[in-house]
Design a binder for this molecule. Structure first.
Ligand code: GLC
Length: 545
């Protein structure tokens, strides 16, 4: 069985590796303990060495920082914390000079409550911009207009005393939702997109794109029958009328057309939905986003048969010509090393970088940075503040990048905004680049291998074996055939094949088995993985699960 078609047209982002930078935590240069744009510029060579093709920056725009930049008060400027437009233009020029694309975070679902649009909108019921946001009268018996809940806890409606109406906020009250049914709102955001693309930006990751449209009849969301006491409060309801509405696809098509006014730009959508719903975001005739972020590896149980099933389900659900993608970490979810353990983080990297589709690496995961426990007095994340003690804090995955053995890991000269991981003195770029077997060099070797062999980027995917802790799959393109063998457990495993399997290890997890001949069986130490190049006359083991 083989899944996957060769890339149609071969757009740059199909063979690319994307790297997410959380700007507050990448590199501080002005001594305030918070990362900035000049800091990113000064670290571009790390990304070139790593071999990635594109960087996506979490928001760098003016913002009161109620949600750390996802509450924007000016879409076409830079927050002074990070620098100014001159710094940004320099970043673009320096990145482009190194062959790196730059993607920005577009946050069109909501603004900050300090955005001039919202100030204007709330100033009066008769304001020209009243309808730019979602205003409703109180319910007949008083209180919020319906039962909609905020993703960040509590009602999604905030009362505005002076005008006597409620406004809708899917996240914080400081993040009022824009009304995407209003054509003026759409036009304004499309202008924002053009502003950045004219400056040279290569595309956008669109924040919570599946939230853009809400029910125009404002019906109550149904109760979630699977809700268990102690689950996060927003899970009490099924977000039937607040997310994933059919109308959203029309606005995404419009966004896509805006992107296509420019050459070679990329549109990625942030979407947390089950796979069968996620794939609808490729759009009718692939007129949706190029890449609906596939977050399933963030949520899956770390178990070989489960992962094999997931890959097959995803591949089978992709629309014809839809290009796959995989994400292993981001600024909203616990670090991969925290989820699967330090040793398995390497295997996770091998999986990410050998699957069919565009991978996205979260900064610091190339070092295996841990999920950092944050003492209560240093909590910043509004999610943890609003719903404390439920393990929802996102701060632990946003700690400063670990560059070297300096006091503050080379990130800053002063105490950083979030604590450094305890292991920063040893787990850092300077140290790990000297060690051939490090997880950092594993990332470099895997990315370089992808670059050399189209089979590993655009080649087809073939499931081979998934039992207990062993996951095996193959990638083919033209005459090239690779077998990827991953041990998802601690114990050694070995697998014999009836067919005359012949190949050579071209990449081993710890860089200790490269060049080894493979004849008829595969043996793997615990937490180890191999990429094997098959000889032309070698049999291809049949799928056995
Ligand atoms: C997205 C962002 C997250 C933010 C939320 C609201 O999920 O990734 O960080 O809090 O949107 O903007």
């Amino acid at each position: 069985m083989s899944i996957g078609e060769p890339a149609a047209g071969g757009a740059w982002w199909q063979a690319a590796v994307i790297y997410q930078i959380y700007p507050r935590s990448f590199q501080d240069t002005n001594g305030d303990g918070i990362g900035d744009i000049p800091g990113i510029i000064s670290r571009l060579d790390h990304l070139v060495e790593l071999g990635v093709d594109a960087i996506w920056l979490s928001p760098i725009f003016p913002s009161p920082m109620a949600d750390f930049g996802y509450d924007i008060s000016d879409y076409t400027a830079i927050h002074p914390l990070f620098g100014d437009l001159g710094d940004f233009d320099l970043l673009l020029a320096e990145a482009h000079a190194r062959g790196l694309k730059v993607l920005l975070d577009l946050v069109p679902n909501h603004t900050s409550d300090r955005h001039p649009w919202f100030r204007e909108s709330r100033s009066s019921r008769r304001s020209d911009k009243r309808d730019w946001y979602i205003w409703r009268d109180p319910a007949a018996q008083g209180g919020p207009p319906n039962n909609w809940l905020s993703e960040f806890g509590g009602s999604a409606w905030a009362y505005d005393e002076p005008t006597g109406q409620y406004y809708y906020h899917a996240f914080l009250a400081a993040q009022p939702d824009l009304n995407w049914r209003n054509p003026q709102v759409r036009a304004a955001i499309y202008e924002v997109m053009r502003f950045w693309m004219q400056r040279g930006v290569d595309g956008f990751r669109v924040d919570v794109i599946w939230h853009l449209m809400k029910d125009d009849r404002f019906r109550d969301n149904p109760l979630n029958p699977d809700y268990r006491e102690g689950d996060p409060e927003p899970h009490r309801l099924v977000p039937l009328y607040t997310t994933d509405l059919p109308e959203v696809h029309q606005v995404i098509e419009e966004m896509r057309s805006v992107v296509e006014e420019f050459e070679d730009r990329l549109l990625i959508g942030e979407i947390y939905l089950p796979l069968e719903k996620l794939v609808a975001y490729y759009g009718r005739d692939l007129r949706g986003v190029h890449l609906p972020f596939n977050f399933s590896l963030l949520l899956v149980n770390w178990h070989a048969p489960t992962i094999a099933r997931l890959i097959e389900d995803y591949e089978a659900l992709l629309p014809r010509g839809g290009w796959p993608n995989w994400v292993l970490g981001n600024h909203d979810r616990p670090r991969v090393a925290g989820r699967v353990g330090e040793d398995q983080a390497r295997i996770a990297a091998m999986l990410l970088l050998t699957l069919r589709g565009t991978p996205t690496i979260y900064y610091g995961d190339e070092l295996g940075m841990p999920q950092v426990p944050i003492p209560p007095e240093r909590v910043h994340d509004p999610v943890e503040r609003n719903m404390p003690g439920k393990g929802l804090s996102r701060d632990g995955a946003r700690t400063p990048m670990q560059w070297d053995g300096g006091r503050f890991a080379g990130f800053s000269e002063v105490e950083p905004w979030l604590p450094l991981a305890a292991d920063h003195a040893s787990r850092n770029v300077a140290n790990m680049r000297e060690d051939t077997g490090s997880i950092l060099n594993l990332h470099r070797r895997l990315i370089a291998l992808r670059r050399r062999h189209p089979a590993l980027t655009t080649g087809s995917y073939h499931p081979v074996h998934a039992r207990d802790d062993l996951l095996l799959f193959a990638r083919h393109s033209g005459g090239e055939r690779f077998l990827v063998a991953l041990n998802l457990g601690r114990d050694p495993v070995s697998l014999g094949f009836r067919e005359p399997l012949r190949g050579t290890v071209i990449l081993s997890c710890f860089a200790d088995r490269d060049g080894e001949a493979v004849r008829g069986s595969i043996d793997l130490a615990g937490d180890d993985g191999l990429v094997i190049e098959l000889e032309p006359e070698s049999a291809m083991p049949a799928a056995s699960f």
